[in-house]
Design a protein. Structure first.
Length: 188
């Protein structure tokens, strides 16, 4: 047939070529997963009750590790902190309540930022009660490149009232969704 060309016949792949291809695919997948975990996204298991009832003991959340490379922390963010000296735990998960330059005060179970009451709709009134709101905080100005963090269960949380303001360098990232158990799935 004029004008038609036949493709050269392909040689079948040898077993060793197939094995090498699979090794390369697996190596690339593992490397990509490790890079994502190291720099972008990480799963974190909640341990304890300091964030009740926003988060529960055993919940698993996804943490965006890029957030604070792109912008500063924001009030209301739920953050995972690196291990802090005196915390007595590994990583902690808390809520940012005050930003650099702001003066925070916590008295009679009420949080004040620059002398004004902060509305905190995320607190469960059945958990944070006049008899379960934890230690008070005398007025304190948050230093530059630091945040003040509190647990949502104020009476059961070791936080900035004990550990002081937290440096941006100690923020692992921002938790943004509960992924497990599935019944607790929620954006946070």
């Amino acid at each position: 047939d004029e004008g038609s060309a036949t493709a050269p016949a392909r040689r079948p792949k040898s077993a060793s070529t197939s094995i090498i291809e699979w090794i390369v695919v697996i190596a690339v997948a593992v490397t990509a997963a490790l890079l994502v975990r190291q720099f972008v996204l990480q799963q974190f298991a909640v341990s304890g009750h300091s964030m009740d009832t926003t988060l529960h003991n055993g919940d698993r959340v996804l943490v965006n590790k890029l957030s604070y490379h792109l912008h500063d922390p924001r009030r209301g963010d739920i953050v995972v902190l690196k291990t802090l000296e005196g915390a007595g735990e590994r990583d902690l998960i808390k809520r940012v309540v005050a930003l650099p330059g702001e003066t925070i005060e916590y008295r009679s179970c009420v949080l004040y930022i620059d002398g004004k009451v902060l509305n905190e709709p995320y607190l469960d009134p059945n958990v944070v009660t006049p008899h379960n709101c934890g230690p008070e905080q005398t007025p304190l100005k948050v230093p530059a490149h630091h945040v003040f963090v509190l647990g949502d269960n104020r009476g059961g949380s070791k936080d900035s009232r004990d550990l002081g303001p937290v440096s941006y360098d100690n923020l692992l990232g921002r938790a943004f969704v509960v992924i497990w158990p599935f019944r607790d799935w929620a954006w946070i």
